[in-house]
Write a protein that binds this ligand. Structure first.
Ligand SMILES: [Zn+2]
Length: 272
């Protein structure tokens, strides 16, 4: 019992460390800055952060949401991402029955792939929310972990490779289409970015969860359009398509709905 509580505290801490990495990646990747080597710094005064400033969640609470050096307010976004990532890690670990007595190589491998997938989701969604852009580097990272996961499933878990061939063909087709239409490989168009994200989602969470995530996302978008129509019914000249294009981050919505669907399915299996 005590051992399990300690395990879950460790999983929570690990979740917040991942969360802290997500905020850094979301901030730096669109600026094309290094995410592994350059020391963390305050975006306002550029002061390098010390060990104490880097402890997720606690540093935010102890420093009173201010930079220790220039007293600039730290955006609550950092705190929110760190704490929600910690809570999500604990929730998922509980739902997939991780405990100290049931360790085996499959559970470790599955958890590792889940963590890699969550990295993809969080960073893609964060960049989309901030800049309304599906970042190409993150898309490519998603494709690489998908291929690794397929290799794992087909060799260790003896899954049927043919189930996944279709996804791989879609990946290649979309990447080629994108490169031809944009005439460069470093960027991707928003629509194709969303398609590639959906394929990665399907590989990691299966067709059923992915389909539900897409349906929920469509409902969100329709609800958003309806609310906007009601709000702006007197102003005739506002183009709904333009507000949708500017304000709706599809990658972000897909991520929220995908995580909701994963949790619902896991709760269902846990109860049944
Ligand atoms: Zn500062």
């Amino acid at each position: 019992m005590v051992a399990n509580i300690i395990l879950y505290i460790l999983i929570f801490i690990m979740g917040t460390v991942f969360g802290s990495f997500f905020t850094l990646a979301i901030y730096r990747i669109p600026k094309r800055q290094d995410i592994t080597h350059t020391h963390s710094y305050c975006p306002n005064c550029q002061h390098k952060l010390g060990i104490l400033d880097l402890i997720p969640v606690f540093s935010y609470l102890f420093l009173g949401a201010k930079c220790r050096y220039c007293k600039e307010r730290i955006r609550p976004r950092y705190f929110i991402v760190e704490i929600s990532s910690g809570i999500l890690f604990v929730t998922l670990a509980y739902l997939i029955n991780i405990n100290i007595f049931s360790w085996n190589i499959n559970i470790i491998a599955d958890s590792a792939f889940l963590a890699l997938y969550l990295c993809f989701l969080f960073i893609m969604a964060g960049i989309d929310k901030e800049n309304r852009q599906i970042n190409k580097a993150i898309t490519v990272y998603g494709i690489m972990i998908s291929i690794l996961y397929i290799i794992y499933l087909c060799t260790v878990e003896k899954a049927n490779i043919y189930r996944y061939v279709i996804y791989l063909i879609f990946y290649v087709a979309f990447l080629i289409l994108d490169t031809i239409t944009l005439k460069k490989f470093v960027k991707n168009s928003y629509a194709i970015g969303v398609m590639l994200t959906i394929i990665t989602m399907a590989i990691f969470t299966g067709r059923f969860i992915t389909l539900n995530s897409i349906i929920l996302t469509l409902i969100d978008i329709i609800a958003y359009i309806m609310i906007n129509k009601i709000k702006n019914h007197k102003k005739k000249n506002i183009k709904i398509e333009k507000t949708v294009e500017k304000n709706i981050s599809i990658g972000f919505l897909l991520t929220v709905n995908n995580i909701l669907c994963i949790i619902c399915i896991l709760v269902y299996y846990k109860i049944m």
